[in-house]
Design a protein around this ligand. Sequence first.
Ligand code: SAM
Length: 367
Amino acid sequence: MTTIDLTTTEPTAVEPIDPEAVTAFAGRYLDILNSAAIAMLTSVGHQTGLFASLSELPPATSEQIADAGDLDERYVREWLGGMTTAGVVHYDPVGRTYHLPREHAAVLTPAAGPNNLALLMQHISMMGEVEQPIIERFRRGGGLSYADYPLFHRNMAETSAAVHDAALIDVILPLAPDLPARLAAGIDVADIGCGAGHAVNLMAAAYPASRFTGYDFSEPAIRQARAEAERMGLTNATFELFDVTALDAREAFDAVTAFDAIHDQAHPATVLRNIREALRPGGVFLMVDIKASSNVEDNIGLPWGSYLYAISMFHCMSVSLGLDGDGLGTAWGGQLARRMLAEAGFEDVAVADVESDPFNSYFVATK
Ligand SMILES: C[S@@+](CC[C@H](N)C(=O)[O-])C[C@H]1O[C@@H](n2cnc3c(N)ncnc32)[C@H](O)[C@@H]1O
Protein backbone atom coordinates (compact mmCIF):
# COMPACT_ATOMS: atom_id res chain seq x y z
CA MET A 1 0.00 0.00 0.00
CA THR A 2 1.39 3.40 -0.95
CA THR A 3 1.09 6.44 1.26
CA ILE A 4 1.28 10.03 0.05
CA ASP A 5 3.79 12.27 1.76
CA LEU A 6 1.87 15.55 1.85
CA THR A 7 4.94 17.55 2.88
CA THR A 8 6.61 16.87 -0.45
CA THR A 9 3.54 17.19 -2.70
CA GLU A 10 3.91 20.00 -5.27
CA PRO A 11 1.16 22.60 -5.02
CA THR A 12 -1.40 22.14 -7.80
CA ALA A 13 -0.94 24.71 -10.52
CA VAL A 14 -3.88 27.14 -10.78
CA GLU A 15 -5.33 27.07 -14.27
CA PRO A 16 -5.23 30.53 -15.92
CA ILE A 17 -8.69 31.93 -16.53
CA ASP A 18 -9.97 31.87 -20.08
CA PRO A 19 -9.90 35.51 -21.34
CA GLU A 20 -12.38 34.73 -24.11
CA ALA A 21 -14.85 33.37 -21.58
CA VAL A 22 -14.41 36.56 -19.52
CA THR A 23 -15.06 38.75 -22.55
CA ALA A 24 -18.10 36.71 -23.53
CA PHE A 25 -19.50 36.85 -19.98
CA ALA A 26 -18.92 40.61 -19.76
CA GLY A 27 -20.74 40.95 -23.10
CA ARG A 28 -23.62 38.97 -21.70
CA TYR A 29 -23.84 41.33 -18.73
CA LEU A 30 -23.84 44.40 -20.96
CA ASP A 31 -26.71 42.77 -22.78
CA ILE A 32 -28.47 42.22 -19.44
CA LEU A 33 -27.94 45.89 -18.55
CA ASN A 34 -29.54 46.94 -21.79
CA SER A 35 -32.36 44.39 -21.53
CA ALA A 36 -33.17 45.54 -17.99
CA ALA A 37 -33.40 49.11 -19.29
CA ILE A 38 -35.65 47.96 -22.12
CA ALA A 39 -37.89 46.20 -19.58
CA MET A 40 -38.33 49.48 -17.68
CA LEU A 41 -38.98 51.46 -20.87
CA THR A 42 -41.52 48.82 -21.90
CA SER A 43 -43.32 49.05 -18.55
CA VAL A 44 -43.58 52.83 -19.03
CA GLY A 45 -44.76 52.37 -22.63
CA HIS A 46 -47.51 50.08 -21.43
CA GLN A 47 -48.68 52.30 -18.58
CA THR A 48 -48.67 55.50 -20.63
CA GLY A 49 -50.58 53.84 -23.48
CA LEU A 50 -47.74 54.58 -25.91
CA PHE A 51 -47.73 51.11 -27.48
CA ALA A 52 -51.48 51.29 -28.07
CA SER A 53 -51.12 54.78 -29.62
CA LEU A 54 -48.21 53.72 -31.82
CA SER A 55 -50.10 50.68 -33.07
CA GLU A 56 -52.93 52.92 -34.25
CA LEU A 57 -50.78 55.60 -35.89
CA PRO A 58 -49.04 55.62 -39.26
CA PRO A 59 -45.31 56.50 -39.03
CA ALA A 60 -45.44 59.63 -36.83
CA THR A 61 -43.19 62.27 -35.29
CA SER A 62 -42.62 62.46 -31.56
CA GLU A 63 -44.94 65.49 -31.45
CA GLN A 64 -47.75 63.57 -33.16
CA ILE A 65 -47.23 60.56 -30.90
CA ALA A 66 -47.21 62.72 -27.78
CA ASP A 67 -50.36 64.56 -28.94
CA ALA A 68 -52.16 61.29 -29.66
CA GLY A 69 -51.59 60.15 -26.07
CA ASP A 70 -51.85 63.60 -24.48
CA LEU A 71 -48.29 63.21 -23.18
CA ASP A 72 -45.24 65.43 -22.77
CA GLU A 73 -43.24 65.43 -26.03
CA ARG A 74 -39.79 65.65 -24.42
CA TYR A 75 -40.40 62.50 -22.36
CA VAL A 76 -41.99 60.72 -25.31
CA ARG A 77 -39.00 61.54 -27.55
CA GLU A 78 -36.53 60.18 -25.00
CA TRP A 79 -38.61 57.02 -24.61
CA LEU A 80 -38.76 56.66 -28.40
CA GLY A 81 -34.96 56.94 -28.48
CA GLY A 82 -34.68 53.96 -26.13
CA MET A 83 -37.28 51.97 -28.03
CA THR A 84 -35.57 52.76 -31.34
CA THR A 85 -32.13 51.69 -30.15
CA ALA A 86 -33.76 48.54 -28.74
CA GLY A 87 -35.14 47.72 -32.20
CA VAL A 88 -38.68 47.79 -30.82
CA VAL A 89 -39.68 50.92 -32.75
CA HIS A 90 -38.42 51.68 -36.27
CA TYR A 91 -37.18 55.22 -36.98
CA ASP A 92 -37.00 57.12 -40.27
CA PRO A 93 -34.36 59.88 -39.79
CA VAL A 94 -35.50 61.69 -42.97
CA GLY A 95 -39.08 62.32 -41.86
CA ARG A 96 -38.14 61.93 -38.16
CA THR A 97 -40.97 59.47 -37.82
CA TYR A 98 -41.36 56.44 -35.57
CA HIS A 99 -43.31 53.32 -36.29
CA LEU A 100 -44.22 50.18 -34.33
CA PRO A 101 -44.19 47.16 -36.68
CA ARG A 102 -47.38 45.10 -36.51
CA GLU A 103 -45.35 42.05 -35.47
CA HIS A 104 -44.14 44.00 -32.41
CA ALA A 105 -47.62 45.34 -31.68
CA ALA A 106 -48.71 41.69 -31.53
CA VAL A 107 -46.66 41.23 -28.31
CA LEU A 108 -46.79 44.71 -26.78
CA THR A 109 -50.34 46.04 -26.97
CA PRO A 110 -53.48 45.34 -24.93
CA ALA A 111 -55.09 44.04 -28.13
CA ALA A 112 -52.66 41.11 -27.93
CA GLY A 113 -54.52 39.81 -24.84
CA PRO A 114 -52.53 37.10 -23.03
CA ASN A 115 -49.68 37.55 -25.57
CA ASN A 116 -49.11 41.12 -24.35
CA LEU A 117 -45.66 40.80 -22.76
CA ALA A 118 -45.47 44.55 -22.04
CA LEU A 119 -47.74 44.25 -19.03
CA LEU A 120 -45.43 41.68 -17.44
CA MET A 121 -42.64 44.29 -17.40
CA GLN A 122 -44.57 46.10 -14.65
CA HIS A 123 -43.51 43.26 -12.35
CA ILE A 124 -39.88 44.22 -13.03
CA SER A 125 -40.44 47.84 -12.00
CA MET A 126 -42.37 46.69 -8.91
CA MET A 127 -39.30 44.71 -7.79
CA GLY A 128 -37.23 47.91 -7.96
CA GLU A 129 -39.64 49.65 -5.58
CA VAL A 130 -38.79 47.25 -2.73
CA GLU A 131 -35.09 46.73 -3.42
CA GLN A 132 -33.89 48.53 -0.28
CA PRO A 133 -36.25 46.81 2.20
CA ILE A 134 -35.38 43.45 0.61
CA ILE A 135 -31.64 44.14 1.06
CA GLU A 136 -32.42 44.96 4.67
CA ARG A 137 -34.24 41.58 5.05
CA PHE A 138 -31.10 39.80 3.76
CA ARG A 139 -29.33 41.17 6.85
CA ARG A 140 -31.95 40.60 9.53
CA GLY A 141 -34.50 38.20 7.99
CA GLY A 142 -38.28 38.61 8.07
CA GLY A 143 -40.49 39.63 5.23
CA LEU A 144 -42.60 42.39 3.75
CA SER A 145 -46.31 43.15 3.83
CA TYR A 146 -48.72 43.44 0.90
CA ALA A 147 -48.98 47.12 1.92
CA ASP A 148 -45.37 47.54 0.77
CA TYR A 149 -46.53 46.93 -2.82
CA PRO A 150 -49.16 49.56 -3.62
CA LEU A 151 -49.32 48.46 -7.27
CA PHE A 152 -49.23 44.68 -6.78
CA HIS A 153 -52.97 43.99 -6.93
CA ARG A 154 -53.42 46.29 -9.92
CA ASN A 155 -50.57 44.63 -11.83
CA MET A 156 -51.64 41.12 -10.86
CA ALA A 157 -55.25 41.77 -11.83
CA GLU A 158 -54.18 43.02 -15.24
CA THR A 159 -51.91 40.02 -15.83
CA SER A 160 -54.45 37.38 -14.83
CA ALA A 161 -57.36 39.12 -16.57
CA ALA A 162 -55.51 38.89 -19.89
CA VAL A 163 -55.40 35.08 -19.51
CA HIS A 164 -58.87 34.72 -18.02
CA ASP A 165 -60.59 36.87 -20.65
CA ALA A 166 -59.04 34.71 -23.33
CA ALA A 167 -59.32 31.24 -21.85
CA LEU A 168 -61.10 30.86 -18.48
CA ILE A 169 -64.54 29.80 -19.67
CA ASP A 170 -63.70 27.93 -22.86
CA VAL A 171 -60.33 26.34 -22.05
CA ILE A 172 -59.55 26.39 -18.33
CA LEU A 173 -62.82 25.32 -16.66
CA PRO A 174 -63.30 22.36 -19.06
CA LEU A 175 -59.97 20.96 -17.77
CA ALA A 176 -62.08 19.56 -14.94
CA PRO A 177 -64.36 17.01 -16.58
CA ASP A 178 -68.06 17.74 -16.00
CA LEU A 179 -67.32 21.10 -14.35
CA PRO A 180 -68.92 23.24 -17.10
CA ALA A 181 -72.05 21.05 -17.03
CA ARG A 182 -72.25 21.22 -13.23
CA LEU A 183 -71.72 24.99 -13.32
CA ALA A 184 -74.50 25.30 -15.87
CA ALA A 185 -76.82 23.25 -13.65
CA GLY A 186 -76.01 25.38 -10.59
CA ILE A 187 -73.40 24.73 -7.91
CA ASP A 188 -71.53 26.56 -5.11
CA VAL A 189 -68.02 27.74 -5.97
CA ALA A 190 -65.32 29.41 -3.89
CA ASP A 191 -62.26 31.23 -5.25
CA ILE A 192 -59.32 31.37 -2.83
CA GLY A 193 -57.14 34.51 -2.96
CA CYS A 194 -59.45 36.02 -5.59
CA GLY A 195 -57.54 39.32 -5.81
CA ALA A 196 -59.56 41.85 -7.82
CA GLY A 197 -62.11 39.12 -8.55
CA HIS A 198 -62.22 39.19 -12.33
CA ALA A 199 -62.17 35.38 -12.63
CA VAL A 200 -65.10 35.07 -10.21
CA ASN A 201 -67.06 37.72 -12.10
CA LEU A 202 -66.40 36.09 -15.46
CA MET A 203 -67.57 32.71 -14.11
CA ALA A 204 -70.61 34.24 -12.45
CA ALA A 205 -71.60 35.94 -15.71
CA ALA A 206 -71.12 32.75 -17.74
CA TYR A 207 -72.96 30.53 -15.24
CA PRO A 208 -75.90 32.47 -13.75
CA ALA A 209 -77.36 29.35 -12.09
CA SER A 210 -74.25 28.91 -9.90
CA ARG A 211 -73.23 30.87 -6.81
CA PHE A 212 -69.67 32.19 -6.44
CA THR A 213 -67.76 33.47 -3.39
CA GLY A 214 -64.35 35.11 -3.71
CA TYR A 215 -62.10 35.30 -0.64
CA ASP A 216 -59.14 37.65 -0.24
CA PHE A 217 -57.57 39.48 2.68
CA SER A 218 -56.73 42.57 0.62
CA GLU A 219 -59.25 45.33 1.17
CA PRO A 220 -58.50 47.27 -2.05
CA ALA A 221 -58.71 44.04 -4.08
CA ILE A 222 -62.09 43.07 -2.55
CA ARG A 223 -63.39 46.60 -3.13
CA GLN A 224 -62.36 46.36 -6.80
CA ALA A 225 -63.97 42.91 -7.10
CA ARG A 226 -67.30 44.10 -5.66
CA ALA A 227 -67.29 47.19 -7.87
CA GLU A 228 -66.79 45.08 -10.99
CA ALA A 229 -69.56 42.65 -9.94
CA GLU A 230 -71.86 45.63 -9.51
CA ARG A 231 -70.90 47.11 -12.88
CA MET A 232 -71.60 43.73 -14.47
CA GLY A 233 -74.98 43.52 -12.71
CA LEU A 234 -74.11 40.20 -11.07
CA THR A 235 -76.27 38.88 -8.24
CA ASN A 236 -74.51 35.50 -7.92
CA ALA A 237 -70.98 36.75 -7.06
CA THR A 238 -70.06 37.78 -3.52
CA PHE A 239 -66.67 38.75 -2.14
CA GLU A 240 -65.50 38.35 1.42
CA LEU A 241 -62.60 40.14 3.06
CA PHE A 242 -61.21 37.08 4.79
CA ASP A 243 -57.97 35.29 5.66
CA VAL A 244 -58.35 31.81 4.16
CA THR A 245 -56.00 30.37 6.79
CA ALA A 246 -59.09 30.56 9.01
CA LEU A 247 -61.54 29.12 6.46
CA ASP A 248 -63.64 26.60 8.38
CA ALA A 249 -66.40 25.91 5.87
CA ARG A 250 -67.38 22.21 5.90
CA GLU A 251 -68.68 20.58 2.71
CA ALA A 252 -70.01 23.96 1.59
CA PHE A 253 -68.74 24.07 -2.00
CA ASP A 254 -68.87 21.85 -5.08
CA ALA A 255 -65.83 23.48 -6.65
CA VAL A 256 -62.94 25.57 -5.36
CA THR A 257 -60.51 27.50 -7.53
CA ALA A 258 -57.17 29.11 -6.62
CA PHE A 259 -55.55 31.13 -9.36
CA ASP A 260 -51.87 31.71 -8.47
CA ALA A 261 -52.85 31.98 -4.84
CA ILE A 262 -51.28 29.01 -3.04
CA HIS A 263 -47.52 29.50 -3.43
CA ASP A 264 -47.55 32.88 -1.67
CA GLN A 265 -49.70 31.75 1.25
CA ALA A 266 -48.17 32.09 4.69
CA HIS A 267 -49.52 28.66 5.65
CA PRO A 268 -50.19 26.80 2.40
CA ALA A 269 -50.63 23.35 4.01
CA THR A 270 -53.36 24.69 6.29
CA VAL A 271 -55.08 26.41 3.38
CA LEU A 272 -54.99 23.25 1.25
CA ARG A 273 -56.51 21.24 4.11
CA ASN A 274 -59.18 23.93 4.59
CA ILE A 275 -60.01 23.74 0.89
CA ARG A 276 -60.46 19.98 1.03
CA GLU A 277 -62.69 20.28 4.09
CA ALA A 278 -64.73 22.97 2.34
CA LEU A 279 -65.46 20.70 -0.63
CA ARG A 280 -68.44 18.39 -0.80
CA PRO A 281 -67.71 14.76 -1.72
CA GLY A 282 -67.03 14.58 -5.46
CA GLY A 283 -66.07 18.26 -5.42
CA VAL A 284 -63.33 19.65 -7.64
CA PHE A 285 -60.32 21.77 -6.70
CA LEU A 286 -58.71 23.65 -9.60
CA MET A 287 -55.33 24.91 -8.43
CA VAL A 288 -53.44 27.08 -10.89
CA ASP A 289 -49.85 27.63 -9.86
CA ILE A 290 -46.43 28.35 -11.25
CA LYS A 291 -44.99 25.77 -13.64
CA ALA A 292 -41.50 24.90 -12.41
CA SER A 293 -39.56 22.07 -10.88
CA SER A 294 -38.98 21.85 -7.14
CA ASN A 295 -35.30 21.21 -8.00
CA VAL A 296 -33.33 24.30 -8.98
CA GLU A 297 -31.14 22.29 -11.36
CA ASP A 298 -34.19 21.37 -13.44
CA ASN A 299 -35.11 25.04 -13.83
CA ILE A 300 -31.81 26.07 -15.43
CA GLY A 301 -33.20 25.76 -18.96
CA LEU A 302 -36.53 27.39 -18.11
CA PRO A 303 -36.60 30.58 -20.24
CA TRP A 304 -38.04 32.61 -17.35
CA GLY A 305 -36.36 30.69 -14.51
CA SER A 306 -34.46 33.69 -13.11
CA TYR A 307 -37.59 35.83 -13.30
CA LEU A 308 -39.43 33.28 -11.12
CA TYR A 309 -36.78 33.30 -8.40
CA ALA A 310 -36.54 37.11 -8.59
CA ILE A 311 -40.28 37.76 -8.29
CA SER A 312 -40.33 35.24 -5.47
CA MET A 313 -37.52 36.95 -3.57
CA PHE A 314 -38.94 40.43 -4.18
CA HIS A 315 -42.57 39.51 -3.53
CA CYS A 316 -44.14 36.03 -3.19
CA MET A 317 -41.69 34.51 -0.71
CA SER A 318 -41.31 37.81 1.16
CA VAL A 319 -45.04 38.42 1.74
CA SER A 320 -45.34 34.88 3.10
CA LEU A 321 -42.34 35.39 5.42
CA GLY A 322 -43.81 38.76 6.42
CA LEU A 323 -46.72 36.85 7.99
CA ASP A 324 -44.33 34.44 9.79
CA GLY A 325 -45.15 32.01 7.03
CA ASP A 326 -43.37 29.17 5.27
CA GLY A 327 -41.99 31.31 2.41
CA LEU A 328 -42.53 28.50 -0.10
CA GLY A 329 -41.39 30.65 -2.98
CA THR A 330 -42.73 31.06 -6.50
CA ALA A 331 -40.71 28.12 -7.81
CA TRP A 332 -42.00 25.68 -5.16
CA GLY A 333 -42.46 23.38 -8.10
CA GLY A 334 -44.72 20.63 -9.33
CA GLN A 335 -43.20 17.87 -7.19
CA LEU A 336 -43.78 19.72 -3.91
CA ALA A 337 -47.21 20.89 -5.09
CA ARG A 338 -48.29 17.29 -5.72
CA ARG A 339 -46.87 16.17 -2.38
CA MET A 340 -48.68 18.92 -0.49
CA LEU A 341 -51.94 18.20 -2.32
CA ALA A 342 -51.60 14.54 -1.33
CA GLU A 343 -50.82 15.49 2.29
CA ALA A 344 -53.98 17.63 2.30
CA GLY A 345 -55.93 14.53 1.24
CA PHE A 346 -56.15 15.08 -2.52
CA GLU A 347 -55.20 11.66 -3.89
CA ASP A 348 -56.66 12.10 -7.34
CA VAL A 349 -54.76 14.90 -9.14
CA ALA A 350 -54.34 15.53 -12.87
CA VAL A 351 -52.03 18.23 -14.26
CA ALA A 352 -52.58 20.10 -17.51
CA ASP A 353 -51.04 22.98 -19.46
CA VAL A 354 -52.87 25.90 -21.05
CA GLU A 355 -51.33 27.36 -24.21
CA SER A 356 -52.18 30.99 -23.44
CA ASP A 357 -50.64 30.69 -19.96
CA PRO A 358 -47.17 29.11 -20.26
CA PHE A 359 -46.16 30.23 -16.75
CA ASN A 360 -48.66 28.02 -14.91
CA SER A 361 -49.59 24.40 -14.35
CA TYR A 362 -53.24 23.52 -13.92
CA PHE A 363 -53.83 20.95 -11.16
CA VAL A 364 -57.27 19.37 -11.12
CA ALA A 365 -57.92 17.51 -7.86
CA THR A 366 -61.07 15.64 -6.95
CA LYS A 367 -62.33 14.92 -3.44
C1 SAM B 1 -50.80 36.21 -6.71
S1 SAM B 1 -52.28 36.91 -6.17
C2 SAM B 1 -53.51 36.20 -7.23
C3 SAM B 1 -54.80 36.97 -7.25
C4 SAM B 1 -55.87 36.45 -8.19
N1 SAM B 1 -56.23 35.09 -7.91
C5 SAM B 1 -55.43 36.60 -9.64
O1 SAM B 1 -55.22 35.59 -10.31
O2 SAM B 1 -55.33 37.75 -10.10
C6 SAM B 1 -52.56 36.08 -4.63
C7 SAM B 1 -53.75 36.64 -3.87
O3 SAM B 1 -53.93 35.89 -2.67
C8 SAM B 1 -54.28 36.79 -1.64
N2 SAM B 1 -53.94 36.10 -0.37
C9 SAM B 1 -52.72 35.66 0.02
N3 SAM B 1 -52.82 35.06 1.22
C10 SAM B 1 -54.13 35.11 1.58
C11 SAM B 1 -54.87 34.65 2.72
N4 SAM B 1 -54.25 34.00 3.71
N5 SAM B 1 -56.19 34.87 2.76
C12 SAM B 1 -56.81 35.52 1.74
N6 SAM B 1 -56.17 35.99 0.65
C13 SAM B 1 -54.85 35.77 0.57
C14 SAM B 1 -53.50 38.06 -1.94
O4 SAM B 1 -54.06 39.21 -1.35
C15 SAM B 1 -53.58 38.09 -3.46
O5 SAM B 1 -54.71 38.80 -3.90
